[in-house]
Design a protein around this ligand. Structure first.
Ligand code: GDP
Ligand code: CA
Length: 325
Protein backbone atom coordinates (compact mmCIF):
# COMPACT_ATOMS: atom_id res chain seq x y z
CA UNK A 1 0.00 0.00 0.00
CA UNK A 2 1.14 3.48 -0.76
CA UNK A 3 2.91 5.39 1.96
CA UNK A 4 0.89 8.37 3.15
CA UNK A 5 2.67 11.61 3.93
CA UNK A 6 0.88 14.59 5.46
CA UNK A 7 2.60 17.97 5.45
CA UNK A 8 1.55 20.96 7.57
CA UNK A 9 2.42 24.07 5.59
CA UNK A 10 2.08 27.82 5.16
CA UNK A 11 2.72 29.74 1.96
CA UNK A 12 6.11 30.16 0.36
CA UNK A 13 8.23 28.04 2.71
CA UNK A 14 5.54 25.39 2.60
CA UNK A 15 5.26 25.55 -1.19
CA UNK A 16 9.01 25.18 -1.76
CA UNK A 17 9.18 22.30 0.69
CA UNK A 18 6.27 20.58 -1.03
CA UNK A 19 8.16 20.73 -4.34
CA UNK A 20 10.77 18.55 -2.65
CA UNK A 21 8.18 16.23 -1.14
CA UNK A 22 6.57 15.78 -4.52
CA UNK A 23 9.95 15.15 -6.15
CA UNK A 24 10.73 12.43 -3.60
CA UNK A 25 7.23 10.96 -3.95
CA UNK A 26 7.65 10.59 -7.73
CA UNK A 27 10.21 7.84 -7.27
CA UNK A 28 8.12 6.04 -4.67
CA UNK A 29 4.62 4.73 -4.05
CA UNK A 30 3.44 7.70 -2.04
CA UNK A 31 0.33 9.83 -1.59
CA UNK A 32 0.94 13.35 -0.29
CA UNK A 33 -1.63 15.52 1.47
CA UNK A 34 -0.83 19.09 2.48
CA UNK A 35 -2.83 20.78 5.23
CA UNK A 36 -2.51 24.50 4.56
CA UNK A 37 -2.87 27.53 6.81
CA UNK A 38 -5.95 29.69 6.26
CA UNK A 39 -5.12 32.30 8.92
CA UNK A 40 -3.88 34.75 6.26
CA UNK A 41 -7.14 34.60 4.33
CA UNK A 42 -8.88 37.90 3.86
CA UNK A 43 -11.74 39.50 1.93
CA UNK A 44 -10.69 42.59 -0.06
CA UNK A 45 -12.74 44.39 -2.71
CA UNK A 46 -15.35 41.69 -2.22
CA UNK A 47 -12.88 38.95 -3.17
CA UNK A 48 -11.96 36.04 -0.93
CA UNK A 49 -8.17 35.74 -1.00
CA UNK A 50 -6.29 32.72 0.37
CA UNK A 51 -2.60 33.64 0.11
CA UNK A 52 -1.09 30.43 1.44
CA UNK A 53 -3.34 28.06 -0.51
CA UNK A 54 -2.61 30.09 -3.65
CA UNK A 55 1.15 30.18 -3.06
CA UNK A 56 1.18 26.41 -2.78
CA UNK A 57 -1.21 25.85 -5.69
CA UNK A 58 0.62 28.21 -8.06
CA UNK A 59 4.06 26.92 -7.04
CA UNK A 60 3.20 23.24 -7.45
CA UNK A 61 1.20 24.04 -10.58
CA UNK A 62 4.13 25.82 -12.23
CA UNK A 63 2.36 29.19 -12.31
CA UNK A 64 4.12 31.06 -9.49
CA UNK A 65 6.46 34.01 -9.84
CA UNK A 66 9.52 32.55 -8.15
CA UNK A 67 11.48 35.85 -8.15
CA UNK A 68 8.80 37.88 -6.38
CA UNK A 69 7.98 34.90 -4.19
CA UNK A 70 4.20 35.26 -4.34
CA UNK A 71 1.49 35.53 -6.97
CA UNK A 72 1.52 34.60 -10.63
CA UNK A 73 4.32 34.60 -13.16
CA UNK A 74 3.76 37.04 -16.01
CA UNK A 75 1.43 39.08 -13.83
CA UNK A 76 0.00 42.45 -14.86
CA UNK A 77 -1.55 45.06 -12.56
CA UNK A 78 -4.30 46.84 -14.49
CA UNK A 79 -7.05 46.06 -11.99
CA UNK A 80 -4.93 47.34 -9.09
CA UNK A 81 -4.23 50.58 -11.01
CA UNK A 82 -7.87 51.05 -11.86
CA UNK A 83 -8.94 50.47 -8.26
CA UNK A 84 -6.35 53.04 -7.15
CA UNK A 85 -7.74 55.52 -9.70
CA UNK A 86 -11.08 55.20 -7.91
CA UNK A 87 -9.37 55.68 -4.58
CA UNK A 88 -10.71 52.26 -3.60
CA UNK A 89 -9.12 51.05 -0.38
CA UNK A 90 -7.16 49.11 0.57
CA UNK A 91 -4.52 49.97 -2.01
CA UNK A 92 -1.60 48.28 -0.23
CA UNK A 93 -2.49 44.73 -1.19
CA UNK A 94 -0.89 43.33 -4.35
CA UNK A 95 -3.82 42.21 -6.44
CA UNK A 96 -2.62 41.02 -9.84
CA UNK A 97 -4.90 40.61 -12.84
CA UNK A 98 -4.25 36.89 -13.26
CA UNK A 99 -4.57 36.33 -9.54
CA UNK A 100 -7.93 38.12 -9.49
CA UNK A 101 -9.41 35.44 -11.74
CA UNK A 102 -8.61 32.85 -9.06
CA UNK A 103 -10.26 35.00 -6.39
CA UNK A 104 -13.32 35.56 -8.59
CA UNK A 105 -13.83 31.85 -9.15
CA UNK A 106 -13.26 31.12 -5.45
CA UNK A 107 -15.57 33.88 -4.22
CA UNK A 108 -18.33 32.85 -6.58
CA UNK A 109 -18.13 29.21 -5.47
CA UNK A 110 -18.05 30.16 -1.79
CA UNK A 111 -21.05 32.44 -2.32
CA UNK A 112 -22.85 29.51 -3.97
CA UNK A 113 -22.31 27.53 -0.77
CA UNK A 114 -19.32 25.32 -1.53
CA UNK A 115 -16.88 24.86 1.35
CA UNK A 116 -13.32 26.13 0.85
CA UNK A 117 -12.02 22.55 0.63
CA UNK A 118 -14.30 21.87 -2.36
CA UNK A 119 -13.37 25.20 -3.94
CA UNK A 120 -9.68 24.38 -3.53
CA UNK A 121 -10.18 21.02 -5.18
CA UNK A 122 -11.96 22.72 -8.08
CA UNK A 123 -9.15 25.26 -8.52
CA UNK A 124 -6.59 22.46 -8.37
CA UNK A 125 -8.31 20.71 -11.28
CA UNK A 126 -6.63 23.39 -13.39
CA UNK A 127 -3.27 23.50 -11.60
CA UNK A 128 -2.75 19.77 -11.04
CA UNK A 129 -0.41 20.27 -8.08
CA UNK A 130 0.25 16.54 -7.73
CA UNK A 131 -0.39 16.84 -4.02
CA UNK A 132 -3.78 16.89 -2.33
CA UNK A 133 -4.28 20.39 -0.92
CA UNK A 134 -6.59 20.80 2.05
CA UNK A 135 -7.30 24.04 3.89
CA UNK A 136 -6.86 23.53 7.63
CA UNK A 137 -10.48 24.57 8.05
CA UNK A 138 -13.51 25.39 5.94
CA UNK A 139 -14.45 27.87 8.64
CA UNK A 140 -13.05 31.32 9.16
CA UNK A 141 -9.85 31.28 11.19
CA UNK A 142 -8.21 34.68 10.80
CA UNK A 143 -4.92 35.74 12.29
CA UNK A 144 -5.10 39.16 13.90
CA UNK A 145 -2.18 41.02 15.39
CA UNK A 146 -2.50 42.97 18.60
CA UNK A 147 -0.46 46.18 18.28
CA UNK A 148 -0.24 49.46 20.25
CA UNK A 149 -3.20 51.66 19.24
CA UNK A 150 -2.30 54.48 16.86
CA UNK A 151 -3.60 57.25 19.16
CA UNK A 152 -0.54 56.72 21.35
CA UNK A 153 -2.74 56.59 24.47
CA UNK A 154 -1.24 53.26 25.50
CA UNK A 155 -4.15 51.12 24.42
CA UNK A 156 -4.21 48.15 22.05
CA UNK A 157 -5.72 47.53 18.67
CA UNK A 158 -6.08 44.32 16.68
CA UNK A 159 -5.47 44.43 12.94
CA UNK A 160 -5.72 41.71 10.33
CA UNK A 161 -2.46 39.87 9.79
CA UNK A 162 -2.30 41.02 6.16
CA UNK A 163 -2.50 44.65 7.22
CA UNK A 164 0.36 44.13 9.69
CA UNK A 165 2.47 42.09 7.29
CA UNK A 166 1.87 43.74 3.91
CA UNK A 167 0.85 47.30 4.76
CA UNK A 168 3.11 47.88 7.77
CA UNK A 169 5.84 45.39 6.76
CA UNK A 170 5.69 44.01 10.30
CA UNK A 171 7.06 47.31 11.62
CA UNK A 172 4.41 47.71 14.34
CA UNK A 173 5.51 45.90 17.49
CA UNK A 174 3.28 42.82 17.72
CA UNK A 175 2.11 42.15 21.28
CA UNK A 176 0.43 38.88 20.41
CA UNK A 177 -1.38 36.98 17.68
CA UNK A 178 -5.02 35.98 17.91
CA UNK A 179 -6.63 33.35 15.69
CA UNK A 180 -10.11 34.77 15.38
CA UNK A 181 -12.76 32.09 15.03
CA UNK A 182 -10.40 29.23 15.82
CA UNK A 183 -12.27 28.02 18.93
CA UNK A 184 -15.41 27.26 16.99
CA UNK A 185 -13.74 26.17 13.74
CA UNK A 186 -13.69 22.57 12.60
CA UNK A 187 -10.97 20.83 10.61
CA UNK A 188 -11.84 20.91 6.90
CA UNK A 189 -13.34 17.83 5.29
CA UNK A 190 -10.61 15.22 4.96
CA UNK A 191 -8.09 16.71 7.38
CA UNK A 192 -8.67 14.42 10.37
CA UNK A 193 -8.87 11.33 8.15
CA UNK A 194 -5.60 12.28 6.46
CA UNK A 195 -3.89 12.75 9.83
CA UNK A 196 -5.29 9.49 11.21
CA UNK A 197 -4.17 7.56 8.12
CA UNK A 198 -0.75 9.20 7.85
CA UNK A 199 2.41 7.10 7.98
CA UNK A 200 4.42 10.23 8.68
CA UNK A 201 3.64 13.88 9.37
CA UNK A 202 6.09 16.57 8.27
CA UNK A 203 6.03 20.15 9.55
CA UNK A 204 7.29 22.31 6.67
CA UNK A 205 9.87 25.06 7.28
CA UNK A 206 7.03 27.56 7.49
CA UNK A 207 6.55 30.43 9.89
CA UNK A 208 5.84 28.70 13.23
CA UNK A 209 3.80 31.58 14.65
CA UNK A 210 1.54 32.66 11.80
CA UNK A 211 1.56 29.63 9.47
CA UNK A 212 1.83 26.48 11.60
CA UNK A 213 0.25 27.72 14.86
CA UNK A 214 -3.07 28.74 13.23
CA UNK A 215 -3.34 25.25 11.66
CA UNK A 216 -2.82 23.65 15.08
CA UNK A 217 -5.27 26.11 16.66
CA UNK A 218 -8.19 24.46 14.88
CA UNK A 219 -9.64 22.19 17.57
CA UNK A 220 -8.89 18.57 16.78
CA UNK A 221 -5.85 19.08 14.56
CA UNK A 222 -3.14 19.37 17.21
CA UNK A 223 -4.73 16.47 19.09
CA UNK A 224 -4.77 14.30 15.97
CA UNK A 225 -1.10 15.05 15.30
CA UNK A 226 0.08 14.57 18.88
CA UNK A 227 -1.99 11.48 19.64
CA UNK A 228 -1.64 9.83 16.22
CA UNK A 229 0.54 6.83 15.40
CA UNK A 230 2.55 8.66 12.72
CA UNK A 231 6.01 9.99 13.60
CA UNK A 232 6.25 13.77 13.33
CA UNK A 233 9.35 15.45 11.93
CA UNK A 234 9.71 19.21 11.57
CA UNK A 235 12.08 21.29 9.47
CA UNK A 236 13.52 24.51 10.87
CA UNK A 237 12.63 27.72 9.00
CA UNK A 238 15.40 29.46 10.95
CA UNK A 239 19.01 29.07 9.82
CA UNK A 240 21.85 30.60 11.80
CA UNK A 241 19.56 32.70 13.99
CA UNK A 242 17.57 34.33 11.19
CA UNK A 243 14.61 33.46 8.98
CA UNK A 244 15.73 32.58 5.45
CA UNK A 245 13.21 35.13 4.25
CA UNK A 246 10.25 36.96 5.72
CA UNK A 247 9.70 38.26 9.21
CA UNK A 248 9.46 35.20 11.41
CA UNK A 249 11.92 36.91 13.77
CA UNK A 250 9.34 39.63 14.51
CA UNK A 251 6.67 37.01 15.10
CA UNK A 252 8.87 34.96 17.42
CA UNK A 253 9.83 38.11 19.36
CA UNK A 254 6.15 38.69 20.18
CA UNK A 255 6.10 35.26 21.82
CA UNK A 256 9.45 35.82 23.55
CA UNK A 257 10.84 32.85 21.64
CA UNK A 258 14.50 32.97 20.63
CA UNK A 259 14.88 33.23 16.86
CA UNK A 260 16.94 30.09 16.41
CA UNK A 261 16.51 26.51 15.28
CA UNK A 262 16.57 25.43 18.94
CA UNK A 263 14.07 28.13 19.92
CA UNK A 264 11.52 27.07 17.32
CA UNK A 265 12.12 23.39 18.09
CA UNK A 266 11.40 24.06 21.76
CA UNK A 267 8.31 26.07 20.83
CA UNK A 268 6.94 23.03 19.00
CA UNK A 269 8.08 20.79 21.84
CA UNK A 270 8.67 17.07 22.14
CA UNK A 271 5.87 14.58 21.80
CA UNK A 272 6.95 12.99 25.05
CA UNK A 273 6.37 16.37 26.68
CA UNK A 274 2.95 16.85 25.09
CA UNK A 275 4.35 18.77 22.12
CA UNK A 276 4.57 18.06 18.43
CA UNK A 277 7.93 16.68 17.45
CA UNK A 278 9.70 13.34 17.34
CA UNK A 279 12.43 14.70 15.09
CA UNK A 280 13.73 18.13 14.11
CA UNK A 281 15.90 18.94 11.11
CA UNK A 282 18.21 21.88 11.60
CA UNK A 283 20.76 23.33 9.21
CA UNK A 284 24.34 22.07 9.41
CA UNK A 285 25.32 25.53 10.70
CA UNK A 286 22.98 24.92 13.68
CA UNK A 287 24.41 21.48 14.48
CA UNK A 288 24.81 22.41 18.15
CA UNK A 289 21.05 22.96 18.61
CA UNK A 290 19.46 20.87 21.34
CA UNK A 291 15.73 20.35 21.84
CA UNK A 292 14.91 18.30 24.95
CA UNK A 293 13.17 15.04 24.07
CA UNK A 294 13.53 15.52 20.30
CA UNK A 295 16.01 13.84 17.93
CA UNK A 296 17.79 16.74 16.25
CA UNK A 297 19.57 16.08 12.95
CA UNK A 298 21.70 18.67 11.15
CA UNK A 299 21.44 18.60 7.34
CA UNK A 300 21.64 21.34 4.69
CA UNK A 301 18.32 23.22 4.87
CA UNK A 302 18.64 25.74 2.04
CA UNK A 303 15.87 24.99 -0.46
CA UNK A 304 17.90 26.40 -3.33
CA UNK A 305 16.41 24.04 -5.87
CA UNK A 306 14.14 21.04 -6.05
CA UNK A 307 17.00 18.54 -5.77
CA UNK A 308 18.36 20.12 -2.60
CA UNK A 309 14.86 20.17 -1.15
CA UNK A 310 14.23 16.56 -2.14
CA UNK A 311 17.40 15.62 -0.26
CA UNK A 312 16.05 17.46 2.82
CA UNK A 313 12.79 15.55 2.55
CA UNK A 314 14.67 12.26 2.30
CA UNK A 315 16.51 13.14 5.52
CA UNK A 316 13.23 14.00 7.24
CA UNK A 317 11.66 10.70 6.18
CA UNK A 318 14.76 8.77 7.21
CA UNK A 319 14.72 10.45 10.60
CA UNK A 320 11.04 9.47 10.87
CA UNK A 321 12.01 5.88 10.11
CA UNK A 322 9.84 5.57 7.01
CA UNK A 323 12.55 5.80 4.32
CA UNK A 324 15.95 4.22 4.08
CA UNK A 325 17.25 5.39 0.71
P1 GDP B 1 4.44 32.41 3.96
O1 GDP B 1 3.11 31.93 4.46
O2 GDP B 1 4.42 32.76 2.51
O3 GDP B 1 5.07 33.44 4.83
O4 GDP B 1 5.39 31.16 3.99
P2 GDP B 1 5.67 30.05 5.07
O5 GDP B 1 5.15 30.40 6.42
O6 GDP B 1 5.29 28.73 4.51
O7 GDP B 1 7.24 30.08 5.08
C1 GDP B 1 7.98 31.18 5.55
C2 GDP B 1 9.22 30.65 6.18
O8 GDP B 1 9.95 29.87 5.23
C3 GDP B 1 10.16 31.73 6.64
O9 GDP B 1 10.19 31.76 8.05
C4 GDP B 1 11.50 31.32 6.06
O10 GDP B 1 12.54 31.40 7.00
C5 GDP B 1 11.29 29.90 5.59
N1 GDP B 1 12.12 29.57 4.45
C6 GDP B 1 12.09 30.14 3.24
N2 GDP B 1 13.04 29.62 2.43
C7 GDP B 1 13.69 28.65 3.17
C8 GDP B 1 14.77 27.74 2.91
O11 GDP B 1 15.36 27.70 1.83
N3 GDP B 1 15.14 26.91 3.95
C9 GDP B 1 14.52 26.93 5.15
N4 GDP B 1 14.93 26.07 6.10
N5 GDP B 1 13.50 27.77 5.43
C10 GDP B 1 13.09 28.62 4.46
CA1 CA C 1 1.26 32.98 4.92
Amino acid sequence: MAMRIVVLAGGIGGARFLLGVRAWARGHDVAVTAVINVGDDVTLHGLRICPDLDSVMYTLGGGADSERGWGRAGETWTIKEELAAYGAEPSWFGLGDRDVATHLVRTRMLDAGYPLSAVTEALCARWQPGVRLLPASDDRVETHVVVPSSDGAGGEAAIHFQEWWVRHRGALAAKRFVFVGAESAKPAAGVLDALADADVILVAPSNPVVSIAPILAVPGIREAVVAGRAPVVGVSPIIGGAPVRGMADRCLAALDVECSAAGVGALYGSRAGGGLLDGWLVDTSDAAAIVPGVVVRPVPLWMKDEMATEAMVREALTLAGVADD
